[in-house]
Write a protein that binds this ligand. Structure first.
Ligand code: DAT
Ligand code: MG
Length: 174
């Protein structure tokens, strides 16, 4: 390629495509094992699903969440009749909030969780395999990139989001 302008333009195009792809791989979602998942000893199995898929763990903690945090987390549902019961259930024991990162992790994460009501969750999904009723559906996952950002900021501060490169990344992404 003899034309320097063309060469620079090609390099720029390559670089922007490359950084676009890299940014896509950095999508994040908020996943939380609910109190029933913790009490039933399913934390390890749930983490395993996300790990074995190839998603990257960015943050995790073990907390007994206060009601005001849970009310904020589920603020969109505050007018629903099941809201007080939902907050009580979420406050009935410790939970495991996590941040997972990867290509399309929000949508794929929701697919891995299965339908909200375990009666409709397909076998092979987390809810489909491990629970029976909507009020004991063991896991939360963000439903959109925007809600994921809000939820991550609600449960974690910037310093708790760990920056690291998994050794397997070049074997997960082409
Ligand atoms: P999801 O958790 O799949 O995002 P959601 O945001 O609509 O579902 O509701 C949050 C939680 O509230 C859900 O995981 C379980 C509970 N919930 C939802 N609908 C319910 C209902 N009709 N009766 C009882 N609990 C319900
Ligand atoms: Mg939801």
């Amino acid at each position: 390629m003899k034309n320097p302008t063309l060469m620079i333009a090609s390099l720029l195009a390559f670089y922007s495509l490359f950084s676009f792809a890299m940014a896509a791989n950095k999508e994040r979602t908020f996943i939380m094992v609910k109190p029933d998942g913790v009490q039933r000893g399913l934390v390890g199995k749930i983490i395993e699903r996300f790990e074995q898929k190839g998603f990257k763990l960015v943050a995790m903690k073990f907390v007994w969440a206060q009601k005001d945090l849970l009310e904020k987390h589920y603020a969109d549902l505050s007018s629903r009749p099941f809201f007080p019961g939902l907050v009580n259930y979420m406050n009935s024991g410790p939970v495991v909030p996590m941040v997972w990162e990867g290509l399309n992790v929000v949508k794929t994460g929701r697919q891995m969780l299965g339908a909200t009501n375990p009666a409709d969750s397909l076998p092979g999904t987390i809810r489909g395999d491990f629970c029976i009723q909507v009020g004991r559906n063991i896991i939360h996952g963000s439903d959109a990139v925007e809600s994921a950002e809000k939820e991550i900021a609600l449960w974690f501060n910037e310093k708790e989001l760990v920056s690291w490169a998994p050794a397997a990344k070049d074997w997960i992404y082409e």
